[in-house]
Design a protein around this ligand. Structure first.
Ligand code: PHE
Ligand code: ZN
Length: 847
C-alpha cells in the first residue's frame, strides 16, 4: 500500500541518477493475478554524478529473485523501492517480480480492463511493474517479450517477431519508463497506412474490442490529419514503422502518449454519428492530435523531472489548439478555449490549489495534471509566440528540436532556445512559470488634443505559493474603433512590463472606443468598463466581439442578482441582432448566445464583495434566457428551420456549427412550447447530437421520462452512450433535485462506480451542477463526500481529482462553509486515506 504520510518533494533538491541505463529487456508472463515480470537491465555508473546510490523504485511488487551479473543478490527492500551496494563498474541487473493485474483497481501500472491487459505508467506507474529508476531523466531503449493469451500482444516501438501466444517488440528510441506500454487481449484492428515526408511507410492501427469496429474510422482520419499537420507546420515526421492506438474502457485520464503505442480512454477515441455528439467528435480529433504531437514534444524531447511537466503538456496543448484552429474555425476554437480556461483554470489559480505553471514542490505528482499546467501552460506559450512573432517562434522551435532531441529538459532550456533564437531577454517573462495566481489588469483612458492615452495597472493577488508576486510581461493586443464604428487603429501588441504603464496613440480625430485584450492575448482578468454594446456591434476582432456579448450578459446577471433588476435590454437586443445575422458563422453565433458559467458568476460576485447565493444565480440565468426567448419568440421557428442540416451527417465544422446553433434555438423554443419541438426532434433524430440535445430539453421542460426510458432501452449495451444518460439527468435536474437524482442513479444496476467514466458521468456531473452541488441542505456535499470515501481505496487518482469540487468553498456563506468543512474533515479522517486524496484535502482545507 501507499505510504500516506505526507512527504514533500522539492524542485531545488533535484539530483541526477548515479547511473545510465544502457538497455532494458523485459519478459512478461501474463496471468490475471500472478503475472511474472523479468527485467534485465544494463547499468553504467555515471562518474560525473555526485551521488551513486543504487536505488530502484518499486511498489506493490513481490520480488522473486534478483541477480547482478548472474549472481544472486539480496537487496534491501524499502516501502517504495530497494537499494543494493553495487559494483563501481558496468553491470547487468536481473530481477523477477510477481504482480497482480486483476487486483489493480487504481489503473496505474499493469491492470486488467474487461479482461484486457493494459498499462498506464505516467507519471510513476512503471515502478508497479518492476524495480527501476522510475524518473523521466533516465532514458533507455526497451526490448519486450510478451508471453500471453492468444490475441493481440503489443508494446512500444517496432514488432520484431511473434508466434502463437508470444510477441517481441523493440523500441530503438531511448525513452523514460513513463512512456512504456503493453497491451494484450482479444482486439480487432482497424488498419491504415501513412507515408511520411521522408518516404517512410508507417502501418497504422486502431485496436478496439469486438463490437466497436464501427467506431474507428473518424479516429483514424484524425490521426492521419495530425501526422500531415505536424509535418507541414512543425516539420516533424513520425519515426517508427508502426503507430498503434488502443481503446480501453477503464482509464483515469483522456489518453496517454506511450511511444508508438498510445492508449486511449474509449471515450476519447471511439466515435460514430449515432453514438457521439459533435462535441465528442471534436474532442476526439483534438486528443488524437495531442497524443500524436507528444511524439516530438514529450517523447523525443522529454522532461528532466516532473516539475517540468508543462514543458511537454503546455506545449502540446498549444500545438493541438493550433491544429484544431486550422482544421475548424480559429475564432470558435479560441473562444471555446477561453470558456474552458475560465471555467477550470481560473478557479484553480484563484483558490487554495493555486500553483505556478512550474510548481516547486508536490507530494503526489498525479495531483499536478491540472488546468494550470496544461491550459495556462499553453497560454504562456501563446503569449511567447505573440511577443516574439510567428517567424521567430518557428525559428525557436526548430532550434529546440535540433538542440534537445533525445534529451530530458527543463523550462530554462526551453526559454534559452527563445533567447538564443531571438536575442530577447526572457528573465522577466520567466515569472509566468514561477508565479501562481491570475493577474488583474485595470485600464483607465484619457483623450486630449487628438491623442488617446491608455493606462494599464497590473496586480496579481498573492497566494500560498506566491505570497509576493512581481509584475509580469503581459502582451495586450489592442485595437481602436472610431465613434462611427470604423477601425481607427488595427491590432497592436502592447507590452506591459511595469506595475503601471501608459501608452499613447496620437493623431486621432475623435475619442475612440478601445478593444482591449483582443484574442484574449494574455490569461488575465481585465477590469475595464468598456462600451460593450458598441463593441458587440462593431468590433472587428471576433474574440472581443464575443467577449463584449459576455460582458453585457455578465453585467445584466450581476445586476439581477445583486440589485434585483430585470434583464438588461442591451444584451437581449444585441444578441437578437447577432442571432439574425446570417453573415456570421452559426458556430460563432451559438457561442455568442452562451452565458457565463454559474460558478464563474459566483467568483465575480465574490470579487464584488458579496457572498454568492447559488439559487439566486440559477434563477437569474434562467430569467435572462427566458427574457431572450420571449423577446424573439416570433422568429424562433424560422430560425430553427433555417438551421437544420439536411445532408447526411458529417461531424465537420460547418455541420456541427449549424447543429450547435439550431440546438441553441431549440432551447429557446422549449421555453415557449414546453417541449413540443424537442419531442419532434427527439423522435426524428438520426444522430446523437440531435437526440441528446432534444433529450436535455425534454428533461428541462419536465417531460423527459418517456424519452429517458426509450433512450435507456435503445442504448443499454453501449457504455459510452450510457455515460451520457447518467450524466444528463444530473446536469439537467432542478437544483433541489440534483443530489437526489445522482443518488438514485448510484443505485442503478448500470452504475459501475469502479469505472472512472461512469463515476465521473454521475458524480462529476453533480459537482459541475453549481446550484445542485451547493444545495442549501448540504445533500450535494454529503453525497460527493460519501462517494469519494468509497472510491479512494479503489482508485486514489480519480478520487483526488474530484476533490477539487470543494476548492471554491471559501466563497460561500458561513452555513455552507461549515457543511463543506465537516465533509472535508470526514474525508480527511478516513483511515488509510491515500496520499493523493490526503494532499488534495489538506491543501483545500488550509485555505
Ligand atoms: N500525458 C497524458 C496527456 O496529456 C495525460 C496522462 C497523465 C494520462 C497521466 C495518464 C496519466 O496526454
Ligand atoms: Zn499531454
Amino acid at each position: 500500500m501507499r505510504d500516506a504520510s505526507p512527504q514533500t518533494i522539492y524542485l531545488k533538491d533535484y539530483a541526477p541518477f548515479g547511473f545510465a541505463v544502457q538497455d532494458v529487456h523485459l519478459t512478461f508472463d501474463l496471468a490475471p493475478s500472478a503475472t511474472r515480470v523479468t527485467a534485465r537491465i544494463r547499468f553504467v555508473p555515471d562518474r560525473a554524478a555526485a551521488d551513486r546510490t543504487f536505488y530502484l523504485h518499486g511498489e506493490n511488487l513481490s520480488l522473486i529473485s534478483a541477480k547482478i551479473d548472474g549472481e544472486s543478490v539480496k537487496p534491501t527492500l524499502t516501502d517504495e523501492g530497494l537499494t543494493y551496494d553495487v559494483p563501481d563498474m558496468p553491470f547487468t541487473w536481473e530481477a523477477e517480480v510477481q504482480i497482480d493485474p486483476a487486483g489493480n483497481t487504481a489503473l496505474e501500472g499493469l491492470y486488467l480492463s474487461n479482461g484486457m491487459y493494459c498499462t498506464q505508467c505516467e507519471a510513476e506507474g512503471f515502478r508497479k511493474i518492476t524495480y527501476y529508476p522510475d524518473r523521466p531523466d533516465v532514458m533507455s531503449t526497451f526490448t519486450v517479450r510478451i508471453n500471453g493469451p492468444h490475441g493481440t500482444l503489443l508494446s512500444n516501438g517496432n514488432p520484431v517477431a511473434a508466434g502463437d501466444g508470444w510477441a517481441e517488440w523493440h523500441d530503438p528510441w531511448p525513452k523514460p519508463a513513463y512512456l512504456f506500454a503493453l497491451v494484450a487481449g482479444e482486439l480487432i484492428a482497424h488498419r491504415d497506412t501513412f507515408t511520411t515526408m521522408e518516404g517512410r511507410k508507417v502501418d497504422l492501427a486502431l485496436y478496439v474490442r469486438p463490437g466497436d469496429e464501427g467506431k474507428c474510422a473518424f479516429g483514424m482520419q484524425a490521426l492521419k490529419d495530425s501526422m500531415v499537420w505536424d509535418e507541414k507546420v512543425y516539420g516533424r515526421p513520425y519515426d517508427l514503422d508502426v503507430f498503434n492506438i488502443v481503446a480501453v474502457d477503464d482509464f483515469n485520464m483522456g489518453a496517454m502518449e506511450n511511444k508508438g503505442l498510445n492508449i486511449f480512454n474509449a471515450s476519447a477515441v471511439l466515435a460514430s454519428p449515432e453514438t457521439s455528439t459533435d462535441g465528442n467528435f471534436e474532442r476526439i480529433e483534438a486528443i488524437i492530435a495531442h497524443e500524436y504531437f507528444h511524439n516530438w514534444t514529450g517523447n523525443r524531447i522529454t522532461c528532466r523531472d516532473w516539475f517540468q511537466l508543462c514543458l511537454k503538456e503546455g506545449l502540446t496543448v498549444f500545438r493541438d489548439s493550433q491544429f484544431t484552429a486550422d482544421m475548424r474555425s480559429a475564432p470558435v476554437k479560441r473562444i471555446s478555449d477561453v470558456i474552458d480556461l475560465r471555467a477550470r483554470q481560473f478557479p484553480e489559480d484563484q483558490g487554495p490549489l493555486a500553483h505556478p505553471v512550474r510548481p516547486e514542490s508536490f507530494q503526489e505528482i498525479n495531483n499536478f495534471y491540472t488546468a494550470t499546467i496544461y491550459e495556462k501552460g499553453a497560454e504562456v506559450i501563446a503569449m511567447l509566440k505573440t511577443l516574439v512573432g510567428d517567424d521567430a517562434y518557428a525559428k525557436a522551435l526548430d532550434l529546440y528540436f535540433d538542440r534537445h532531441d533525445g534529451q530530458a529538459c527543463t523550462i530554462e532550456d526551453w526559454l534559452k532556445v527563445f533567447e538564443d533564437a531571438t536575442g530577447r531577454d526572457l528573465s522577466q517573462f520567466q515569472r509566468w512559470y514561477a508565479q501562481a495566481g491570475t493577474p488583474h489588469v485595470a485600464v483607465s483612458e484619457a483623450f486630449a488634443d487628438g491623442t488617446y492615452t491608455l493606462e494599464f495597472t497590473q496586480s496579481t493577488p498573492p497566494s500560498a505559493t506566491t505570497p509576493d508576486p512581481a509584475p509580469l510581461v503581459i502582451p495586450i493586443a489592442v485595437g481602436l474603433i472610431a465613434p462611427d464604428g470604423s477601425e481607427a487603429m488595427p491590432t497592436q501588441i502592447l507590452e506591459l512590463t511595469q506595475a503601471s504603464q501608459t501608452f499613447t496613440f496620437p493623431g486621432l480625430n475623435a475619442k475612440p472606443v478601445p478593444s482591449i485584450l483582443r484574442g484574449f492575448s494574455a490569461p488575465v482578468v481585465l477590469d475595464h468598463d468598456a462600451d460593450h454594446a458598441f463593441l458587440l456591434a462593431h468590433d472587428t476582432d471576433p474574440f472581443n466581439r464575443w467577449e463584449a456579448a459576455r460582458s453585457l450578459a455578465r453585467t445584466s446577471l450581476m445586476n439581477t442578482i445583486l440589485k434585483g433588476t430585470t434583464p438588461d435590454a442591451a444584451w437581449i437586443n444585441g444578441i437578437a441582432n447577432v442571432m439574425r445575422d446570417d453573415t456570421l458563422d452559426p458556430a460563432y453565433r451559438a457561442l455568442m448566445f452562451g452565458l457565463p458559467g454559474q460558478s464563474e458568476l459566483a467568483a465575480e460576485i465574490q470579487r464584488a464583495g458579496h457572498i454568492p447565493d447559488p439559487d439566486a444565480i440559477w434563477v437569474a440565468v434562467n430569467t435572462l434566457k427566458q427574457a431572450l426567448s420571449d423577446k424573439i419568440s416570433d422568429d424562433l421557428g424560422a430560425m430553427y428551420a433555417a438551421h437544420q442540416v439536411t445532408a447526411p451527417y458529417a461531424p465537420d465544422a460547418a455541420q456541427s456549427g449549424m447543429r450547435a446553433f439550431g440546438n441553441a434555438i431549440l432551447s429557446l423554443i422549449t421555453r415557449q412550447d414546453g417541449g413540443d419541438q424537442a419531442q419532434a426532434q427527439y423522435d426524428a433524430a438520426d444522430n446523437m447530437t440531435q437526440q441528446l440535445s432534444a433529450l436535455a430539453n425534454l428533461i428541462r421542460a419536465g417531460r423527459g421520462d418517456a424519452a429517458l426510458s426509450q433512450f435507456e432501452a435503445q442504448w443499454k449495451d453501449d457504455r459510452l452512450v450510457m455515460d451520457k444518460w447518467f450524466g444528463l439527468q444530473v446536469m439537467e435536474a432542478k437544483p433541489d433535485d440534483a443530489a437526489d437524482t445522482a443518488k438514485a442513479l448510484t443505485k442503478h444496476a448500470g452504475f459501475n462506480w469502479k469505472n472512472p467514466n461512469r463515476f465521473r458521468a454521475t458524480l462529476g456531473a453533480l459537482a459541475a451542477h453549481h446550484a445542485g452541488f451547493h444545495a442549501k441542505d448540504g445533500s450535494g456535499y454529503a453525497l460527493l463526500a460519501d462517494w469519494l470515501i468509497t472510491l479512494d481505496p479503489v482508485n486514489p487518482q480519480t478520487t483526488a481529482r474530484m476533490c477539487s469540487a470543494f476548492q471554491t468553498w471559501r466563497r460561500y456563506d458561513a452555513i455552507r462553509q461549515s457543511m463543506i468543512s465537516k465533509e472535508l474533515d470526514r474525508i480527511a479522517s478516513t483511515p488509510d486515506l491515500s496520499r493523493d486524496t490526503t494532499e488534495m484535502i489538506t491543501r483545500i482545507r488550509e485555505a
